[in-house]
Design a protein around this ligand. Structure first.
Ligand code: NAD
Length: 454
């Protein structure tokens, strides 16, 4: 498997992919080791995770460089990602005991009742490339804390990072039999679906997620899916500072080159502030430094996947053919690498691809709406349901709107953010189940109800 640097198009490593034989060996190791790992007490398991947390900090610069070299995100954003992963791990470590310990429900002379949270067993994590540390730790950290052993398949576009994660976990004292990495792409993923894991945790596209859900259904084990989005954002007419809102929301749309599951993908603006918003938004987008992701100060680096360039070109052509105005960008960037110019389209309508299909790139459509009701109708007009954002002076107005949007997260005066203490979950085509929060800790367990008469 060739690992390509998307900013230079050079092959930077060649890796041996796993096959059926090597995957089975790894699976057997994890199966044999699961009881031993789950029998360790929580404090011992947490001590390993704590050392991993420390190592992420100590090795941050090297890890950030490796991440940037294979996914193309600006170096500072790689550093931010590792810091963000540490914040999540910290929350999980702080809250594990509270949410994974036995819970007493009834405690009388005649009857005692409790819930215990047992590990699922050997779980499989098939993961995405856009935030390999963040989406990875959402799964393998709580899974390990809860006493599972884990087969982790990083995306084929983020395998070097996956190998670093494995190295650091082992350095932190995690037994070989508790964590194994599956190296490869789609075919290796397919092999994993044919094996007997006790749970499947997937992060990736709707198309792959649906396929995996159907295959795993026959096994009668948990299957959790964190999928894509087409996340809408509405700017109401009562915002305090239109230019500041435009700047902040442009970042929500273009951070990581728009390759975030919760990136702002559609913007609706009240007609009273539309012109001012679009002007300020454009100014912000045109101020960004583009270039090699290793150069300090660069905000727009390379896209991770070459194929996406064609998807973005298709969305621009479709929008322009249907009457949209191309305000900036719209084409591939110059020079080596998978570069696409930050692209802003106005006068868009919801029947355009750019407003319906996940773009996963540096492109945004901005549409004028006449009032909140039109905004709600437009925001709801999607098969996805990951996040939705409203910018408005009043929380009442924002809550009234957000409560009518079928999404797993609602944002008032913020966007493109994830919090370790809140459930991260998609609705409709954005997924099933939750990671993060107490729900995300318990997702890797099976509850047992204890009925005890003394
Ligand atoms: P993808 O679906 O192409 O691949 C995801 C993983 O599935 C990879 O490891 C891949 O090798 C594997 N895979 C592909 N085909 C498979 C098959 N037939 N059987 C088994 N495994 C298979 O997605 P991607 O391009 O890696 O990630 C981008 C997508 O992920 C976007 O849609 C994004 O929105 C979504 N995402 C969602 C979240 C979230 O938390 N909701 C987070 C990050 C990314």
């Amino acid at each position: 498997m060739n690992i390509i640097n998307p900013a230079t198009e050079e092959v930077i490593r060649i890796l041996q992919e796993d096959d059926k034989v090597t995957l089975n060996k790894k699976y057997e190791l994890l199966k044999a080791g699961q009881l031993q790992w789950s029998k360790k007490n929580l404090t011992e398991r947490l001590a390993v995770i704590h050392r991993f947390y420390d190592l992420l900090g100590a090795e941050q610069e090297v890890l950030a460089g490796i991440l940037t070299s294979e996914v193309g995100k600006p170096l500072q954003q790689s550093r931010n990602e590792i810091n963000g992963a540490k914040t999540r791990i910290q929350w999980m470590m702080n809250n594990a005991e509270k949410y994974l310990s036995d819970e007493w429900v009834t405690d009388t002379e005649e009857l005692k009742e409790k819930i215990s949270y047992d590990a699922l067993g050997v779980v499989c994590n098939i993961s995405a490339w856009n935030y390999p540390y963040l989406v990875g730790v959402n799964v393998f950290i709580p899974a390990l804390i809860a006493g599972n052993t884990v087969m982790y398949k990083p995306s084929e576009y983020a395998t070097l990072t996956g190998l670093e994660i494995e190295k650091l976990l082992k350095k932190a004292g995690l037994p070989d039999a508790a964590f194994q990495i599956a190296v490869g792409g789609k075919l290796v993923g397919e092999e994993l679906l044919d094996m007997d894991f006790d749970g499947y945790f997937f992060t990736g596209s709707y198309q792959t997620g649906k396929y995996i859900y159907e295959k795993v259904a026959l096994k009668m084990v948990p299957c959790q899916l964190e999928l894509g989005g087409k996340d809408p954002l509405y700017v109401a007419d009562d915002v305090n500072d239109v230019a500041a809102v435009a700047g902040g929301t442009a970042d929500g749309a273009f951070y990581n080159n728009g390759q975030s599951c919760c990136a702002v993908e559609r913007i609706y603006v009240h007609e009273k502030v539309y012109e001012e918003y679009v002007t300020a938004f454009l100014k912000e987008v045109q101020s960004w430094k583009k270039g090699l992701p290793t150069e300090e100060g660069v905000y727009i680096g390379a896209l991770t996947r070459k194929e996406q360039l064609e998807v973005l070109e298709g969305q621009v052509a479709d929008a322009v053919a249907k009457g949209a105005s191309l305000l900036t960008g719209g084409k591939r960037g110059a020079g080596e690498g998978y570069n696409f110019e930050p692209t802003v389209l106005s006068n868009v309508t919801n029947d355009m691809k750019v407003m319906q299909e996940e773009s996963f790139g540096p492109i945004i459509g901005i549409m004028k709406v006449k009032d909140d009701n039109e905004a709600i109708a437009m925001m709801q007009d999607t098969t996805y349901g990951l996040t939705a954002a409203v910018y408005s002076r009043g929380s009442d107005r924002a809550e009234r709107i957000l409560s009518q949007i079928d999404s797993g997260s609602g944002y008032w005066n913020c966007c493109d953010r994830v919090s370790a203490g809140l459930p991260w979950s998609g609705r409709k085509h954005s997924g099933i189940g939750s990671t993060l929060s107490h729900q995300g800790l318990r997702a890797f367990t099976k509850p047992k109800g204890w009925h005890m008469r003394g």
